[in-house]
Ligand binder design. Sequence first.
Ligand code: SF4
Length: 246
Amino acid sequence: MATSTAGAGRIRPRRPETRTGLVRRARRINRTLAELYPDARCELDFENPFQLLVATVLSAQTTDTRVNRVSPALFAAFPAPEDMAAADPERIEAIIRPTGFYRAKAASLLGLAAALRDRFGGEVPGTLEELITLPGVGRKTANVVLGNAFGVPGITVDTHFGRLTRRWGWTDQTDPVKAEKEVGSLFPPKDWTMLSHRVIWHGRRVCHARRPACGACALAPMCPSYGEGPTDPETARSLLRDGPRA
Ligand code: SF4
């Protein structure tokens, strides 16, 4: 159990954090992240909701950088859902191959494009309820599209977001829907989309799954998991990364 020193060498258990304390600490972390990552944004390149939806499907099990390398050719070949729905699967597979799982992803894109063409007049719908009816689109993808292409506040619980928010004690849920709800309750909705980007950026750059760079982390004073990774500054600095990897 965490302890704190008080008085003449006496050690007493730290008081459990109140709800108000948790909200304050969570918002302080968000403010610090905003200072650290003023450029935080969706790292997938896109120009319209359809492109973002496609890029998000492709980003499963790979890096945003890798998706951004193949997406210009894909978007040029198939600018609209109608074009993609009518495509030869092998042509899509050849373009997206570097993103991995290319056969399954090509099948998803074909199904997705056909659903957009047949059920939504070739337009990407702008509500969570409609988006999650599309094949291969779960809440995570839907929230990415809503937050970044439609300006509708959304929390994106990916692997980084889940890990970091549990490390910070914002939630202990491993179920993404429950985590989304619990974390969302700590912030006003207007903050949700940018919060998601910042947390994901910190997860990619500093607070890694296996060896978080605790000794080089600006959040250390606010983080109950400080010490989960190396605290020696030099070792920690060697773990820092610049950009998107996972
Ligand atoms: S102190 Fe360590 S565990 Fe906490 S946010 Fe920073 S890197 Fe992650």
